[in-house]
Design a protein around this ligand. Structure first.
Ligand code: FEO
Length: 616
């Protein structure tokens, strides 16, 4: 007996559920089953969007006959040829020989690879953005290669504002009578399976997903109809915002996922102790035994959490088998942009730590803590400090007020100057010339004030030699640093005084703007020359208001922001190894070792005072 669901007045879900499938794609457990979605549009022409897996073929064919109500089937739009969506095409054609197959050239190629029916006589090839009018509805075709196979196409119904999204926005789990995401508690009951589906099925192709999201953003979408899981007709941002994070490999949650491989429980013991020390600091933790939890669940969790710890015993002079498989799986799924810590164990030759670092070191933007916890068989009391040091190193990324806020605790009533860095400041090299002396420093406060004429303001610390030069000459250049600027540029211009150093030493050819002031041609995307019209004394700083009399672009690279600098350019502060005591500069990460920090202490690197240090 047919089992169909109404989507809109002229769109019907004709898919089916499978709860007997042991492993999706032969790999992924689906304990709650899976749905294969297909949709029939009954306009002046009838249009079917994809078919289903052979396992649910009979129900699907019954569904179509019911939904067609005796009409002929005019079009089959094939968006994805993976057999869980195409297996029934040959039989559908036998039953509806009049059908026209609407697809891309790549889909046609794949259909011919998988099946032997005559498609050439009934195919209608479509290209990017081509449209098909079916009566009231106009369908527009959008290529979405690698979401999840290269031939994937999506379809936008501009009349109903529906995106038929192929595999994108899909989910593991059968539809238990519901069809729409708003009919269930999606966040609680289905988001984990949606993430597991995304990370394992298309996680590798973040760039391509971003590109598809970019294309889709041009359309006014009121409903999303994917090939698996629920239809989205409200609160679309709930799922789209997740895809935006996942496609960029941005974590959803700040916290630590610890996965361990332990033969006799000693590596597990170290993992548990680390989790306790992290929880003591208010940091969220989850733990997986990689020999017990399916890899697809751990891959999914790795896409969720910001910090990953891998603890493994050494086995056959390598990483324990289940951990090695997991790490290769993570690398294959392109995991990136995470902070990682490693614990190794080995009774006579622990090697797993180095090998874990080797695998993850090949992944992009994986920052592995130097802290090494190396266990010979079982953790000893003397090594508890190593675990604590690792917890502390991870804890640097979880400032206490943020942890308190996330845990619904009272946030201290203080002014934290570091919050000012959250403002979307850029970073700039400010240069000036006085006589034959060229000088420069790093500033973060450049703002356009007026358009006609163009005026900007710059805030400059009076302690900077460049400040005095500008006060005297009234001329300066701002070189806008790009995301490509390496750390040494910040060291060169920011960590020394021009009074006793030549900031341009080794900088090559002296390039100058018309005002005679030097500028940086490398690692910058634009240069602005200013002539001071007004100066405002702001205590420690002077605010210069200047008219812009020259400005030119140097590259299309993105401007660096303070946030980007901290996340990607500035080396992360590392606590001293072992039990050493000291104070770390919150600005640049410099560590002053010792029990006390003098009140008049000045950071030798960034010149900030004792107030900007915190105890290790
Ligand atoms: Fe559900 Fe990529 O197929």
């Amino acid at each position: 007996m047919y089992c169909i669901k109404k989507v809109t007045d002229d769109l019907v879900w004709v898919g089916a559920n499978d709860r007997r499938l042991a492993l999706f794609e032969g790999v992924y457990s689906v304990p709650a089953g899976v749905s294969y979605n297909s949709y029939l549009l009954t306009d002046e022409k009838t249009v079917l969007f994809d078919t289903v897996d052979k396992a649910v073929r009979q129900r699907f064919l019954e569904n179509i006959e019911e939904a067609l109500k005796g009409r002929k089937l005019d079009y089959l739009v094939v968006q994805h040829v993976e057999p869980d969506h195409s297996a029934v095409i040959p039989e559908l054609i036998r039953q509806h020989p009049e059908i026209k197959i609407v697809c891309s050239a790549r889909v046609l190629e794949f259909i011919k690879q998988f099946y032997d029916f005559d498609i050439d006589s009934r195919v209608r090839l479509v290209e990017e953005n081509e449209t098909l009018n079916t009566g009231k509805h106009t369908l527009q075709f959008i290529m979405a290669p690698m979401v999840h196979w290269p031939e994937v196409m999506m379809t936008y119904d501009s009349t109903a504002k529906i995106l038929f999204s192929a595999d994108a926005f899909g989910c593991f789990g059968a539809l238990n009578g519901a069809l729409f995401a708003d009919e269930v508690d999606f966040a609680k009951d289905y988001m984990d399976e949606t993430r597991r589906y995304y990370s394992n099925i298309v996680g590798k192709y973040g760039t391509q997903v971003e590109s598809a999201l970019d294309k889709a953003s041009a359309f006014n979408i009121e409903m999303i109809c994917p090939l698996h899981g629920f239809v989205w007709r409200s609160n679309l941002n709930e799922i789209i915002s997740k895809y935006m994070l996942w496609s960029k490999y941005e974590p959803e949650e700040r916290g630590v996922m610890i996965s361990y491989a332990s033969v006799y429980g000693n590596t597990e013991n170290a993992a548990e102790i680390l989790a306790c020390r992290l929880r003591d600091k208010g940091i969220k933790t989850v733990i997986f035994d990689v020999s017990v939890t399916p890899a697809s669940e751990i891959v999914s969790a790795a896409f969720k959490w910001s910090h990953l710890v891998f603890a493994s015993t050494t086995y056959n002079a390598g990483i324990f088998v289940t951990m090695e498989a997991l790490l290769n799986d993570l690398a294959a799924h392109n995991i990136q942009n995470r902070r990682v810590a490693v614990i190794e164990n080995g009774s006579w030759a622990p090697t797993s730590g180095g090998l874990i670092r080797e695998i993850l070191g090949k992944c992009e933007k994986i920052n592995i803590l130097e802290n090494n916890v190396s266990i010979l068989s079982g953790l000893k009391a003397a090594q508890l400090s190593d675990i604590e040091a690792m917890a502390q190193a991870i804890g640097y990324d979880f400032p206490a007020p943020a942890v308190a806020a996330r845990n619904n605790q009272t946030v201290p009533n203080t002014v934290d100057p570091a919050v000012m860095f959250k403002l979307s400041y850029g970073l700039f090299v400010l240069t000036a010339r006085d006589g034959n002396k060229d000088n420069g420093c790093i500033i973060n406060t450049v703002m356009q004030i007026t358009v006609t004429p163009i005026k900007i303001s710059i805030g400059v610390n009076k302690a900077n030699y460049t400040h005095d030069m500008i006060l005297k000459t009234g001329k300066f250049n701002v070189s806008v640093l790009s995301e490509k600027a390496p750390f040494h540029v910040f060291q060169q211009f920011g960590f020394h005084s021009g009074k006793d150093t030549d900031k341009f030493a080794g900088s090559g050819e002296a390039l100058r703007t018309t005002n005679g002031v030097r500028y940086l041609s490398e690692w910058t995307n634009g240069v602005i020359s200013g002539e001071v019209k007004e100066s405002i004394d702001c205590g420690t700083h002077t605010l210069f208001i200047a008219e812009v009399n020259q400005a030119f672009s140097l590259s299309r690279d993105a401007s660096v922001t303070y946030q980007y600098y901290f996340d990607n350019i500035k080396p992360k502060p590392q606590p001293p190894k072992g039990n050493k005591k000291g104070f770390v500069c919150k600005i640049c990460g410099y560590v002053h070792e010792g029990d006390t920090l003098p009140d008049d202490f000045i950071c030798p690197l960034c010149k900030h005072g004792a107030a900007d240090f915190e105890k290790l």
